[in-house]
Each structure stands twice: as structure tokens, then as C-alpha cells.
Ligand binder design. Structure first.
Ligand code: PEP
Ligand code: MG
Length: 329
């Protein structure tokens, strides 16, 4: 079906009942940006900036960061790019930074000193990245997203740090982005309890289903013995996502998903059924997910979802795949 997916490159991800879904790609290095043209995606919904740090032998200088961000924005043209600030630390420790040596080794790196936690504590790193992003996006819209936010105050601090850098650059009469849109990932379940406080501050929310499901089920996302144990289509996850989506949409905040879950056709169908109409996925999944969307009646699916979720069935995968087969999705 490869040729079939390639032929769909220029067709919109539009459902049978004319619902336009936004399909974006996940990226992390300069070369990944080519995937935009290959797949015909709507933009980059997750640019993992830590990749540049991970492949480098030394801490990338601000100028080096800025050059990468500018290249990515230029290749993307009018298509939006969401830059996620560094998600390092824990199991993505950098050898050239303190925190990566034996003395600081963590028992539970995924739940450790990583991402926004490290970035707010070591704010020189985050300030340099903010400057690099702000200067690279001069004259454009800059979309920034913070990883592993657990409480709203972490978002506030990160945003304030960016705003201070914007003021600093503007104060030197240098060009700044014409707008900065701020978002956060939802990866830590605690944050979902604070959405009423968080949402008014946000331009967008993006669900990171990789970490979110690991923390919801208390199950290491990389543990081979657990890989098959908990299903992304389990009722607990879907109910959780249904509540988050409903609350976010009601607050008028843009919601998307950027974990691996959205790159599988049945899972992507479920996310759309829950109201999540922006998916950022691995480039190879764009074709299959687009084909699914083009054969889907979104309204018909949404009419069924609440009863399925309320039914208490464990086998949501069976229910969803049965419906999809019946509908020719
Ligand atoms: C996630 O956790 O779902 C996510 C998209 O981030 P990462 O996979 O980089 O942790
Ligand atoms: Mg994550």
C-alpha cells in the first residue's frame, strides 16, 4: 500500500463527513524536516530540541542552536513548527553536564530531574535556548512547548523566562517574533487535575501519550515485560483523555496529541473520536492515518464513543476495531 499512501500526499486529511484533521510530523534533527514535503503534513507538531544536545559531544552553543531552529523554520515555510524545550536529564542524561555522572545516578530516571524540572533549576541552559528560539523566529510566530510540566507554576516560570528574553532582545532593537504562542505537554497525570487553573494561560495543549500512559499505569514505557500489558486503547486511558479533551475544548484551547499512540490507525481513530483533531506523529504513519481519516465518519464515531466508554468493557480495542470493520474504515 506504499504507492497508495504516496499518492495521497496531496490529498487533505479530511473525513467522509468533511471534518478536517490536522496531521503533523514529529521531528528532531535538521534532516527530519524533509518529511514535511515527503508526507504533505501540515507542519511539525513536536520538534524535540534535545536531539541536538544528545548527538553533540559538548553543550551546543546558542549560535548553533539558533542556526538549527532558523533552518527548520525556513524549510517549514508557512507550516507551523512547535519547538519543545529540552527534555533532557533522567535517562537522556548528557555526559557533558553534571547530572549525568555516577554520583547523580537516579533510581527512577523517568520520574527524576529531567525536562522542565532541570531547565528551571539550571536556567542558564533554558535562557540560552529561549534566546536562540526568539532570535531564530524573528518576524514569525514562535510556538514553544514545555515538557513534563506537573503543576501550573512550572509553566508560569518557563513562560516568564521566555518573556524576559523577548524583552531583552527587543530592548536591543533587534527583531523578535511577531507572536509567541505558549503551550505545554500533558504527560504527568497531576496536571490534568489543574486544567481549570492552567488552561486560561495556554495557547495550546499537547498530550504526550508515551509518558502519560507510563505514569497513568505506573508502567515503565521501555520495559519489555510490560510492553504488551497495558493497551493504549484501555478504557482507563480513553476515559482520562475524554475528560481532558472535553475540558480543554470547552475552554477554547487548542488540543493535540504527539505521542506514538496517534501514529497507529485504530488509536488515531479513537483520539479523533474523543475530540482530538490535531495529531503529530511519526512521518511513516502519515499515509496510513490519512487513509483511515478519509474513510471515517467522525460524527458517527462520536455518537458511539460515550456509551462504549460507559459500558465498562475492558475490550475497547475489540469494540473499536469491530466498528471500524463494519464501517469500512
Ligand atoms: C510523549 O511522552 O508522549 C512524548 C511525545 O514525548 P517523548 O516521547 O519525547 O518523551
Ligand atoms: Mg515525553
Amino acid at each position: 500500500r506504499r504507492a497508495e499512501f504516496a499518492a495521497m500526499r496531496d490529498l487533505p486529511p479530511c473525513s467522509k463527513d468533511a471534518k478536517r484533521i490536522t496531521l503533523m510530523v514529529n521531528a528532531g534533527l535538521r534532516d527530519d524536516v524533509a518529511a514535511l514535503d515527503v508526507t504533505g503534513a501540515d507542519g511539525i507538531g513536536l520538534f524535540r530540541t534535545e536531539f541536538q544536545f544528545l548527538v553533540s559531544a559538548t553543550l551546543p552553543r546558542r549560535e548553533t542552536q539558533q542556526r538549527l531552529y532558523r533552518d527548520v523554520l525556513e524549510s517549514a515555510g508557512d507550516r507551523p513548527v512547535i519547538f519543545r524545550t529540552v527534555d533532557i536529564g533522567g535517562d537522556k542524561a548528557l555526559p557533558y553536564m553534571k547530572g549525568g555522572d555516577d554520583e547523580d545516578r537516579e533510581e527512577n530516571p523517568a520520574m527524576g530531574w529531567r525536562a522542565i524540572r532541570l531547565a528551571l533549576d539550571r536556567d542558564a541552559l533554558m535562557k540560552a535556548q529561549a534566546r536562540a528560539l526568539i532570535e531564530a523566529a524573528a518576524g514569525r510566530t514562535l510556538n514553544v512547548m514545555f515538557p513534563m510540566v506537573s503543576e501550573p507554576w512550572e509553566f508560569d516560570q518557563a513562560q516568564a523566562l521566555f518573556e524576559a528574553q523577548r524583552a531583552w532582545v527587543a530592548g536591543r532593537n533587534r527583531a523578535v517574533p511577531h507572536a509567541i504562542r505558549y503551550g505545554t505537554m500533558l504527560e504527568v497525570p497531576a496536571l490534568a487535575e489543574m486544567l481549570d487553573v492552567l488552561l486560561p494561560k495556554l495557547d495550546f495543549l499537547s498530550i504526550g501519550t508515551n509518558d502519560l500512559t507510563q505514569f497513568l499505569f505506573a508502567a515503565d514505557r521501555a520495559h519489555p515485560k510490560l510492553a504488551e500489558r497495558y493497551d493504549w486503547l484501555s478504557p482507563a486511558i480513553l476515559r482520562f483523555l475524554a475528560r481532558v479533551a472535553k475540558q480543554t475544548i470547552a475552554a477554547g484551547v487548542q488540543i493535540g496529541g504527539c505521542g506514538e499512540m496517534g501514529g497507529r490507525t485504530l488509536e488515531a481513530m479513537a483520539l479523533i473520536g474523543l475530540g482530538i483533531e490535531r495529531l503529530s506523529i511519526t512521518p511513516a504513519a502519515i499515509g496510513p492515518v490519512k487513509a483511515m481519516i478519509r474513510s471515517l465518519d467522525v460524527a458517527a464515531l462520536r455518537a458511539e464513543m460515550p456509551a462504549w466508554l460507559a459500558s465498562g468493557t475492558h475490550d475497547m480495542r475489540g469494540v473499536l476495531s469491530g466498528w471500524a470493520a463494519e464501517q469500512g474504515v
